[in-house]
Design a protein around this ligand. Structure first.
Ligand SMILES: [Zn+2]
Length: 60
């Protein structure tokens, strides 16, 4: 089915819905909530989350 990315507005095709609601607890606040984010933006989000997870405070 075709979905539209909520971030970049691009249309993308998802073959199975489960893929979008699998492990997207990054920005999914509610359970069983399918988000429409294309792969590109998802990668971006993951990257951002990865970055923010690291301590940015200077040690010492
Ligand atoms: Zn996108």
């Amino acid at each position: 089915m075709e979905k539209r990315c909520i971030l970049c507005g691009r249309k993308f095709v998802v073959e199975n819905m489960c893929e979008t609601c699998a492990d997207d607890d990054l920005f999914t606040t509610e359970p069983k909530k399918s988000v429409s984010v294309c792969e590109l933006c998802r990668k971006k989000l993951k990257h951002e989350a990865d970055k923010s997870q690291k301590p940015t405070k200077p040690v010492g």
